[in-house]
Design a protein around this ligand. Sequence first.
Ligand SMILES: C[S@@+](CC[C@H](N)C(=O)[O-])C[C@H]1O[C@@H](n2cnc3c(N)ncnc32)[C@H](O)[C@@H]1O
Length: 265
Amino acid sequence: MLAFVVSVRPEDVEVASDALWGLGVVAVEERATADGGVELWTSLGDTDPTTIEWPAQWPWRLVEVDERVADTWREFAEPIVVGPDLVVRPAWVPYDAPPGTTVLHIEPGSTFGMGDHPTTILSLRALRRLVTPGCTVLDVGCGSGVLAIGACVFGAASAVGIDIAPAAVPTTRANAAANGVAQRLTVSTTLLGDVTGTFDVVAANILAPTLVALAPDLRRVVAPGGALVVSGILAAAHAHVLDALAPLHVVATDELDGWVAVTLR
Ligand SMILES: C[S@@+](CC[C@H](N)C(=O)[O-])C[C@H]1O[C@@H](n2cnc3c(N)ncnc32)[C@H](O)[C@@H]1O
């Protein structure tokens, strides 16, 4: 498999790592280089790096690596406590759920969305509040399907997942089946601009530049009286995303580890 390797200055490690986590990667390794710099090693799964908006000041290259080495993060994966009664379980990790706990079983494969990134946790928390029995949900950038699947488990009548990464389709389908919601979830690589109709709840956990680019279509697919949850954005720098989404207005902002999920209506 191919590793996505980014070269940064030591003072940029944190913000560049955040940018990688914002893409939904499942692991980032820091390696010091002989010239005093740092390389960040990660995997973008099946995503073509030329299709992401990666800041030009951090040059990247692709390096062929042994898949078994790249998968060592799996040994350290643990159930993710999203809320007092909501847990995302990596599908290969045994877990005895306390009574009354809702458990989402997720195998990310090569897609994004293990469930452990703050933006995924925040989005799940928002969806838990917003999803009412029988509502319809659109998950833009579904990755592993974790948000769309969560919405179905929370009671949505149906959910649609879309992602530009082809691997998201079979992975989301498999995860939907593993969580018993396959009948209510459809997933495809349909572009948001080609999605017709409206949805009671729309979730988009994608980096800020993409949210801004998608803003007109995000507004269009929210049903009258419906809600939009955007995440993948930093607490310190997301006003421009909200500006792009006006006249939708903020009704809630949830923050975790410097990231936010904003609910708009
Ligand atoms: C941060 S991951 C979120 C994955 C999952 N929804 C979660 O919350 O963990 C962002 C996802 O958006 C997808 N994506 C990026 N740009 C997109 C676009 N313009 N339209 C649809 N999906 C996009 C990526 O392929 C990736 O799977």
